[in-house]
Design a protein around this ligand. Structure first.
Ligand SMILES: Cc1cc2nc3c(=O)[nH]c(=O)nc-3n(C[C@H](O)[C@H](O)[C@H](O)COP(=O)(O)OP(=O)(O)OC[C@H]3O[C@@H](n4cnc5c(N)ncnc54)[C@H](O)[C@@H]3O)c2cc1C
Length: 312
């Protein structure tokens, strides 16, 4: 008898009484599309996928898992490279039904549900010319990213995501609801800011926002490989400079990749000796800060193991 069969008659009905979201079981039409995560190698078969729509659903799912001794995997944006947001024969507590973002422009604060994606936070904040420093790919989850620290293109000026975290509404392993902040629960708040995925399920995050955009300036300077040492020293000195508040990154790329990127503009093609600067762009910060895509990249992906763990 499968785990789900043994659960079904006994107690899934009881869970349904307290659960307003969707319970997805093996054999359901949506089961396969609901169990995939960004890293397709994590091809797991949970006994139940509990797609929550409110904090009470999360509490019910946690208590149910405890009663039935089920492994719990929490899924925010599903981007865990290690595949932590799914499991075999356990329960996936899926927060994709909890993606609301509310911005208070006067206080420069965003309240973000635990399953929201970066692009949703980004777009809501940009409505008011504000932004929170988060990561660079729009379909990453706010939940996993924040609880792991959160690095991105605004960090030089405004810090990591956790530097801008004000509070978290957390469901603990025993199903209790806690409001965690520097004032209310400083020790747990400290733990959440970096190792957070281990301490409970965050149903709501409160973030500080900063005036950004609506346009930001971006540019790339490309050096030929023959000048790599000189370019690396220049980059080191530049990035040490306290005067620079923009975020920078350096990369070594094969010439054909770089030339491909510059092919639209023959003039700016890197030569063997001189550095070239790409067009300096003014872009809406919602796209240039995040380069966000509007839909999840893995929603239609094959469940066959990929050739590379992180293909997109
Ligand atoms: C394409 C890509 C780009 C990335 N870019 C960046 C970047 O620019 N900056 C950066 O810092 N990181 C980046 N990362 C890393 C990313 O932040 C982590 O993989 C993060 O864990 C993803 O969070 P998620 O909610 O999407 O993933 P999930 O797989 O849903 O969750 C990851 C972990 O967090 C837990 N979790 C998720 N939500 C919650 C919640 N609400 N409460 C409790 N636990 C939760 C899960 O259980 C799991 O253990 C990137 C990853 C990918 C795949």
């Amino acid at each position: 008898m499968s785990v789900t069969e043994s659960l079904d008659g006994a107690s899934l009905g009881k869970l349904r009484e307290n659960f307003r979201g969707q319970l997805i079981l093996p054999g359901d039409r949506e089961y396969d599309s609901s169990r995939i995560v960004w890293n397709a190698i994590a091809d797991r078969h949970p006994a139940v996928i509990a797609r929550c729509t409110r904090a009470e659903d999360v509490v019910a799912a946690v208590r149910f898992a405890r009663e039935h001794d089920l492994v719990i995997a929490v899924r925010g944006g599903g981007h865990s490279v290690a595949g932590f947001s799914t499991c075999d024969a356990g329960i996936v507590i899926d927060l994709s039904g909890m993606r609301a973002v509310h911005v208070d422009p006067a206080r420069r604060i965003a309240r973000v549900q635990g399953g929201a994606l970066l692009e949703q936070l980004d777009r809501a904040a940009q409505e008011y010319g504000l932004a929170c420093p988060v990561g660079v790919v729009g379909h990453t989850g706010v939940g996993g990213l924040t609880l792991g620290g959160g690095m991105g293109r605004l960090e030089r000026k405004h810090g990591y995501t956790i530097d801008n975290l004000i509070s978290v509404d957390l469901i603990t392993a025993d199903g209790d609801v806690r409001h965690v902040s520097e004032e209310d629960d400083p020790e747990l708040f400290w733990g959440l800011r970096g190792a957070g995925a281990n301490f409970g399920i965050a149903t709501m995050f409160e973030f500080r926002l900063h005036p950004i955009g609506p346009n930001v300036t971006t540019a790339a300077v490309v050096f030929p490989i023959e000048r790599a040492r000189e370019a690396a020293a220049l980059y080191r000195d530049l990035s040490r400079s306290a005067r620079i508040t923009c975020t920078s990154a350096s990369a070594w790329r094969p010439r054909r990749v770089v030339e491909g990127r510059f092919r639209a503009n023959e003039e700016s093609r890197p030569s063997r000796s001189a550095p070239r600067t790409s067009a300096i762009n003014e872009m809406p910060s919602a796209t240039s800060v995040r380069f966000g895509a509007t839909s999840s990249p893995f929603s239609k992906r094959s469940l066959r193991p990929p050739t590379s763990p992180c293909r997109r």
